[in-house]
Design a protein around this ligand. Structure first.
Ligand SMILES: Cc1cc2nc3c(=O)[nH]c(=O)nc-3n(C[C@H](O)[C@H](O)[C@H](O)COP(=O)(O)OP(=O)(O)OC[C@H]3O[C@@H](n4cnc5c(N)ncnc54)[C@H](O)[C@@H]3O)c2cc1C
Length: 466
């Protein structure tokens, strides 16, 4: 607390000048200690608290432009947040632009596209598209924000059939770090269009996005849960099954150690279990044949795989919705053969001493690899699997959890490759950029950042500029 106060006081004159300039223009600004500030700085991972010097509740691109110009003039930086599901920076010397109020949402059903404000979450888009049998490429959690997700690529439960969400973007309304508002399409500005898809917040603050919608009214999808005692058979079968799964199927497996808390279903809480998630976009009868190999490994303790409305996509992963203190990590694999399955079981199976609440392996491939002929800054399309871990981070367990995370990801090193996905990587700045971008991608983003943000106002560009 002492540290934060002294850091704030170091910047007091700049903050005061910026706040005066912004409020003088009628822009809603919220300062620490107020209810709107507290609400707009909430984060879903409680270990990722953010402490911006002020929050601008943007009402449109004019507010964003003005904020960026005022920040440049007063020597402050600007960060952006829609929902707080992906916070990584502390933002302690920055003004935060909150896009939460940018809630426009229009579905053009006949032409199969939607215009979506930067404050909208996937749940609202899924609901708006449902009456038309149209599908937007949301991620595992409908509570995540559309723009934060798809500027990071966006790898969802039907990714192997329909590809990355960022590849469905038709246009962005974005304000670059120099305060200039642009409408960016593949033809109007191919460079920014390239960089905004996969580059996250490095190049600008998006105020609205337009995306193509697919025709997918229903899925055959859900999750099959097994007791920890069956984990070995399930994980080994899953690794072989993935080799045969056509791209109509997207799947992941997760070993869970859920705490004994009422928020989790009775058969899963306080125990180790393993779950296979499955989303089949083709004929449900074929999907049923496909998942039979998994269902027959052992007797499931919960089986939710069924024909479901596409809008129920969040039921595939059933991600938690309550904020929690988590230590998360992520890595990429080139393959997940039987030996990797055995290693995973040694590392996190029911007999392992393991601090992780969840260790998830997602199969990539299929249309994730297909950039539809319009390249983007999403750099690691050809990875075959993604590994994500999350452990509850209680202060007294911090060191143990950090060591355990290294143990798990290093343990899978024989199958690992360099790199990470922008949305899953739990770090910020150069460390994040070094993992999620190739050198070529980082260099091109840096050149674009220097051109569109000469004063270096955007905090999100820190990684590619330093
Ligand atoms: C429960 C859960 C499930 C998830 N599942 C998936 C998944 O299946 N697939 C996947 O790919 N990711 C997944 N993620 C990761 C998620 O996509 C990222 O954390 C994403 O950044 C969240 O976006 P947000 O807008 O909700 O978060 P915010 O915290 O609001 O924003 C996070 C970051 O996104 C960028 N950003 C946000 N708004 C803007 C804007 N207007 N302009 C420019 N940049 C912006 C910025 O870099 C910002 O720091 C999941 C996250 C959670 C918490």
């Amino acid at each position: 607390m002492t540290l934060i106060s002294s850091q704030l006081s170091d910047h007091r004159p700049a903050t005061d000048a910026a706040v005066r300039a912004l409020t003088g223009s009628g822009i809603p600004v919220h300062l620490p200690g107020t209810d709107p500030y507290t609400a707009l700085t909430a984060t879903s991972n409680l270990t990722k608290a953010i402490r911006p010097v002020a929050v601008v509740a943007a009402r449109g691109s004019a507010d964003v432009s003005h904020t960026l110009r005022v920040a440049a003039a007063t020597g402050l930086q600007v960060a952006v947040q829609g929902t707080g599901h992906g916070a990584t920076e502390t933002m302690q010397d920055a003004i935060l632009v909150s896009t939460a109020a940018l809630d426009e949402l229009t579905v053009h059903a006949d032409a199969r596209w939607a215009r979506i404000g930067a404050g909208v979450r996937w749940a609202a888009v899924l609901e708006a598209c449902a009456p038309y049998g149209l599908a937007a490429l949301a991620g595992s959690s409908p509570h995540v924000g559309v723009v934060g997700y798809l500027t990071g690529g966006g790898l969802g439960p039907v990714a192997r059939t329909h590809g990355l969400a960022s590849d469905t973007v038709r246009a962005f309304d974005v304000v670059t770090g120099d305060g200039v508002a642009h409408r960016v399409t593949a033809t109007s500005d191919p460079d920014l269009f390239w960089g905004l898809r996969g580059g996250k917040g490095t190049l600008g603050i998006v105020t609205a996005v337009e995306i193509d919608l697919g025709e997918q009214a229903e899925l055959y999808a859900g999750a099959v849960w097994f007791a920890g005692a069956d984990a070995a058979a399930v994980v080994r079968t899953w690794s072989r099954w993935c080799e045969l799964l056509p791209q109509e199927g997207t799947t992941s497996i997760a070993v869970m150690r859920l705490p004994d808390l009422p928020m989790f279903p009775a058969p899963l809480r306080g125990t180790t279990s393993v779950t296979v998630r499955f989303a089949w976009t083709g004929d449900p009868a074929t999907g049923e044949e496909m998942i039979r190999a998994i269902r027959s490994v052992a007797t499931p303790i919960i089986d939710t795989v069924r024909v479901m409305a596409y809008a129920e996509l969040g039921d595939v992963h059933t991600d938690p919705t309550d904020p929690m203190p988590l230590h998360e990590h992520h890595s990429l694999l080139d393959s997940f053969p039987g030996e990797a399955a055995d290693r995973l079981l040694e590392l996190v199976g029911p007999d392992a001493q393991c601090a992780q609440a969840v260790v998830e392996v997602r199969q990539l491939g299929g249309r994730v690899r297909d950039d539809r002929g319009v390249p983007s800054a999403f750099a690691h399309r050809d990875a075959a699997f993604s590994v994500f871990s999350a452990a509850l981070l209680l202060p007294e367990l911090a060191e143990l959890v950090a060591q355990d995370t290294v143990r798990v990801h290093d343990g899978l090193a024989p199958w690992a490759r360099d790199g990470g996905l922008p949305n899953f990587t739990d770090s910020a700045g150069p460390q994040w950029a070094g993992r999620v971008f190739t050198a070529d991608v980082a260099q091109r983003l840096r050149a674009l950042s220097l051109a569109h943000d000469p004063a270096g106002v955007l905090l999100g560009a820190r990684g590619v500029r330093s």
